[in-house]
Design a protein. Structure first.
Lengths: 227, 847
């Protein structure tokens, strides 16, 4: 299997006055196409920073990240945006829907950015798939948390991403809704072969992935295979 | 990879701008309102002045009544008559002068501009009268036409009599409008039209009287009026006459109104700039609220440029909508201006819509919206997609862009000011003045805030302390609010203070010995009799000034004709053409002060006569101490020498002179006298005027109190229009205020919900909010009033050379009114904060 994400000696430090704060310290791992992968660790361990850097949301200071065969250090901000648009999907803890757009418009945005003329039809089909055919013209504030996360999932998969990054996808949902969302994520991974990278506190959720990376104090504590 | 960019095109950007704008329409409404008011103010003035200029040009012939006029303030010389004959002879002529008109049987007298007309005048336009035919028949019927307002004031009716000098005529009609009568001058000396023959009969045309002779001509269509003016005017000038063509007259008139329009345009432009401050502030907050959406868009693959363009398009569309609405509103508003200005307008206005004005309004509105929004819009470039995962501070935007945007704003303001003022230096001063005002206001506000924070009593109650702290909360809008309130208040107060300054210049001193009634044209032989009439009215003759009229014929060894023909001469022409009214005395008056040379009180009979000239005359005649001037004193040449140059306080409404002779020279020259007295009330004034007019019909009486009343009325009308424009600034200020209050509403909601969760009562929350707005109102309006007071004081000191005594209106009315307005707007907009229970507010507002 080809590597879809390769992280080598990735470090991140922030300057806090005269003090240097090490957030990530020489992280190494890689993920194969179609794999499900969890990043776990206590608060402040660097999980979200690792996700941000791996997905090209932030500039890399030290180390290398290869995403979908592209060295992220070689890309400027717009180049990374283009890469995300073509190959990467996101699901966030707080859904991150654009509040001024309807559910349908939110889902259509990534396709529209590609210049896809059938964006609206595809977005409609995806929303039907996640069971929101009756709610597609509603604004995010008019939807429940579960519904919002389903819209976010539809949006994440609309551009048929090679890799999907999920940051605490069940963090803001009740148990039953959370379970539904996880099932949806895993079934999409199965059906479409999308690589899944999940950052979570929830060990139960992590256990449903093929590999778990445990972070502590910005360092890899353990990288374990589940199966 | 970086060359392979998103394929979403302009239509997608438009779609996104629309989608986002649609859901934010309530917030965008305030942006639109900010630009609407500013553009409405600018367009209304622009359109009105364009229309006025066009109407003046269109009606130039009817304004004058002819194609051109040759006029002179003395009986034209043989040469001028020769020129008139060579032009085919005048088609109409007129003699006019100011004189007292008496209305026997009505116990009324009035200073009027008597116009004796012969021939077919007016050749364009018409003499508008009631009844209408009176204007056409008055010459044939030998009747007089009396200004309609005077008819009303004095209760005159058609068939009553009017007496001017020795001539007595029946009133044939009320005069509503006549070509050639200036509307402002008509307020002081309203027109009285009589047949030409009545002038001789009146016996008022005597040596020394101020008589104007006019000869009216029509011209064929193919006459090049500009060339004709260029060729003939210098010849007439050399012969103490003047040529006025309908073109030059309309240009002169247009310029006079243009200056006023320029001033109003600047006031309107300031209202627009204030709106722009509001836009910048609102976009700043708007973009802040959009940070998450922009981060998501970037996360989904939108480029920096695309996310910037989405909001830029919104701003352009908002600016366009606001400009179109503002332009339409402005075009509608100009319809009110003729009512506000009434008699001050020289022509009947036919208001038309000018495409250029519409284009100006729209371009200006869109450009200003974009320029002022660019600075906060630049922040979109710095928003990181990482903010979808965690809130973080955006990196500072590119300093070069910020500098370029600031530079563009300044250049645009300068270009627009230049376009309005037509003078690059004035435009620079305007931009600098604006920058200084903004800097001082914000500096002053910052200083007061600092002082309040430092010295506010810590032991005061919680609500007061909390409300003060609110002014310093992170992301506060305090400075913007104070600036908006301050600028609006500054404008309104300055308008009041400037009016005070202007009125102070014309106010009569109330001292017992300051004259307020001037008797002109008293012949020397009438002196004793006039004095007796004044005495018999228990009044005091305050001054008896001899007047001798003369003209300059030689200056510094060169004849006036020689100077006129010298194209390199910079001596002002009025000096060469003017008929000077001089006097002689042995001392200087209180309003005069010697600046150079020595005052000689008596002429010893040796050498040239030592005279004293005013500093403005010295400057315009380029004369200095020792220079020779030869005067023609009614046929006799008199050689003089400038012995002293003195300053004269012309603003003092008394009899002042440019040229002053010592005693011992002019005593035997033909002369008339000006006498002054002081009357206490209207009744005494009317009685004295009636007696004097009856006995001395040639004497012209000016009651300065009435002149002052007219000046006040004119200023009143002008200030109405200025207030109207300032109202736009205040209204824009209110919009900015509402916008700022609304945008900081969420912060207040969070704070008040927290306070209420901790047990604060509604009354306490309201008190905190109310006090916060009260402080804002006080700081803003006080800053504005104080700055305005200081600038008016400096203008008074340096420009008018007078002590500025401010009116109390800004302090007693404007200050509390604006403060109250701020508190009301603040509380009304915050009402929902206290209306709902904390949980409902948290759910609804914080989602």
């Amino acid at each position: 299997m080809a590597k879809i994400l390769r992280v080598e000696n990735l470090s991140k430090t922030y300057e806090n006055g005269s003090k240097k704060l090490v957030i990530l310290d020489k992280i190494n791992f890689d993920i194969e196409e179609g794999e499900t992968f969890a990043i776990v660790g206590p608060s402040g361990s660097g999980k979200t920073t690792l996700l941000g850097l791996s997905a090209g949301l932030d500039r890399i200071d030290d180390g290398t990240v290869d995403l979908c065969g592209q060295n992220l250090s070689e890309l400027d901000e717009d180049g990374r945006a283009e890469l995300r648009n073509r190959h990467v999907g996101f699901v966030f803890q707080n859904f991150q829907l654009i509040p001024t757009l309807t559910a349908l418009e939110n889902v259509a945005v990534p396709l529209e950015l590609r210049g896809d003329s059938s964006a609206e039809n595809e977005a409609t089909a995806l929303l039907e798939k996640v069971g929101l055919q009756d709610r597609m013209h509603h604004y995010p504030t008019q939807l429940s948390g579960g519904e919002q996360q389903r819209v976010a999932l539809a949006r994440a998969f609309c551009n048929k991403p090679k890799i999907l990054f999920a940051d605490e996808p069940t963090g803001n949902l009740d148990e039953a809704t959370g379970k539904n969302v996880v099932d949806l994520l895993l079934s999409l991974n199965k059906d479409l072969g999308t690589t899944l990278v999940i950052v979570t506190h929830d060990l139960e959720l992590a256990k449903k992935t093929q590999r778990i990376l445990k972070l502590r104090g910005g360092k890899v504590q353990k990288l374990q295979n589940q199966q | 990879m970086s060359s392979h960019r998103s394929k979403a095109g302009f239509s997608w950007l438009l779609k996104m701008a629309y989608r986002d704008g649609k859901a934010s329409s309530r917030k965008l409404f305030l942006f639109i309102a900010s630009i609407v008011l500013g553009i409405a103010a600018v367009v209304s003035i622009q359109s009105f002045s364009t229309n006025l200029k066009r109407n003046i040009a269109l009606q130039s012939k009817s304004l004058m009544g002819a194609d051109y006029i040759i006029d002179s303030d003395q009986l034209p010389t043989e040469k001028v008559f020769g020129i008139i004959d060579s032009l085919g002879g005048a088609e109409a002529r007129e003699i006019s002068f100011a004189s007292m008109a008496a209305f026997p049987g009505k116990q009324g007298t009035k200073l009027m501009q008597v116009r004796g007309i012969e021939g077919g005048f007016p050749f364009y336009g018409e003499i508008e009268t009631t009844p209408a035919q009176a204007g056409r028949n008055f010459k044939k019927s030998s009747v007089a036409l009396v200004d309609a307002t005077v008819m009303l004031q004095l209760g005159l009716e058609i068939g009553d009599s009017v007496k001017i000098g020795n001539a007595r005529l029946k009133i044939g009609g009320a005069l509503n409008n006549v070509p050639g009568s200036s509307s402002i001058f008509s307020s002081i000396a309203p027109p009285l039209l009589v047949p030409f023959s009545a002038i001789d009969e009146s016996g008022l045309v005597q040596t020394g009287s101020r008589i104007d002779y006019k000869y009216y001509f029509t011209a064929s269509e193919d006459l090049d009026m500009e060339k004709f003016d260029e060729e003939l005017d210098p010849i007439l000038d050399a012969n103490e006459a003047d040529l006025d063509t309908h073109l030059s007259t309309s240009r002169r008139l247009g310029r006079r109104y243009e200056n006023f329009a320029k001033f109003l345009n600047l006031v309107a432009f300031i209202a627009l700039l204030l709106g722009c401050v509001g836009i910048a502030s609102a976009i700043h907050i708007y973009i802040k609220e959009k940070v998450a959406s922009i981060a998501i868009l970037k996360c989904l693959g939108a480029s920096r440029k695309q996310s910037f363009q989405i909001f830029l398009i919104q701003v352009i569309i908002i600016g366009l909508i606001g400009s179109v609405i503002g332009t339409l509103l402005g075009l509608g508003l100009q319809e009110f201006f003729p009512y506000l200005l009434q008699d001050l307008l020289p022509v009947e206005l036919d208001l038309q819509i000018s495409p250029l004005v519409i284009l100006t309004g729209i371009i200006l509105g869109v450009s200003m919206s974009v320029l002022f929004a660019l600075y906060p819009l630049l922040k979109t470039l710095d928003i990181s997609p990482l903010q979808t995962l965690r809130m973080q501070q955006s990196a500072g935007s590119n300093k070069r862009y910020k500098f370029l945007v600031s530079l563009a704003v300044i250049i645009f303001i300068w270009i627009f000011a230049f376009w309005l003022l037509d003078n690059w230096l004035y435009a620079i001063w305007f931009v600098l003045g604006l920058a200084v005002t903004f800097t001082i206001l914000s500096g002053f506000a910052a200083l007061i805030m600092k002082l309040v924070k430092k010295y506010f009593p810590k032991n005061w109650g919680f609500p007061v302390r909390q409300s003060i702290l609110n002014l310093y909360r992170p992301q506060n809008q305090t400075l913007i609010l104070i600036l908006a309130i301050g600028i609006g208040t500054f404008l309104i107060s300055t308008l009041y203070f400037t009016r005070d300054l202007l009125l102070a210049q014309t106010t009569l001193e109330s001292k017992q010995n300051t004259p307020n009634m001037i008797l002109l044209d008293v012949q020397s032989e009438q002196k004793e009799q006039v004095k007796r009439v004044i005495d018999s009215s228990d009044l005091e003759l305050l001054e008896d000034i001899p007047i001798v009229t003369m003209r300059v014929i030689e200056l510094k060894g060169r004849s006036t004709n020689e100077i006129r023909n010298d194209t390199s001469s910079t001596i002002n022409n009025w000096v060469l053409d003017h008929e000077f009214r001089t006097t002689y005395r042995d001392s200087l008056s209180e309003t005069e002060e010697i600046l150079e040379g020595y005052w000689k009180s008596k002429y010893t009979g040796e050498g040239a006569v030592p005279i004293s000239i005013s500093d403005n005359l010295a400057e315009d005649a380029e004369a200095s101490i020792g220079d020779r001037m030869i005067f023609n004193v009614q046929g006799v040449q008199l050689e003089t020498e400038v012995a002293s140059i003195r300053s004269v306080d012309w603003s003092n409404m008394q009899i002042n002179f440019s040229i002053l002779f010592p005693t011992g020279v002019l005593e035997d020259a033909p002369q008339f006298r000006v006498m002054t007295t002081r009357v206490q009330d209207d009744n005494t004034s009317a009685k004295l005027q009636q007696q004097l007019v009856k006995k001395f019909p040639n004497v012209t009486i000016i009651d300065l109190r009435q002149v002052l009343k007219v000046v006040e009325e004119i200023l009143g009308k002008i200030s109405w229009l200025i207030n109207f424009m300032a109202f736009f600034s205040i209204l824009t200020g209110i919009i900015v205020l509402i916008g700022a209050v609304r945008t900081s509403k969420y912060q207040r909601i969070r704070e008040s919900v927290l306070l209420r969760t901790l047990g604060a009562k509604n009354a306490q929350i309201l008190k905190i909010l109310g006090l916060e707005y009260l402080f804002l109102g006080i700081l803003g309006s006080m800053s504005g009033i104080l700055l305005s007071f200081i600038s008016s004081y400096l203008i008074g000191y340096f420009l008018f050379d007078t002590t500025f005594i401010p009116s109390w209106i800004p302090f007693l009315v404007v200050f509390p009114a604006i403060t109250a307005l701020v508190v009301i707007i603040g509380l009304v907009n915050s009402y929902s904060v206290v209306k709902s229970p904390p949980l409902a507010v948290l759910r609804k507002e914080l989602g």
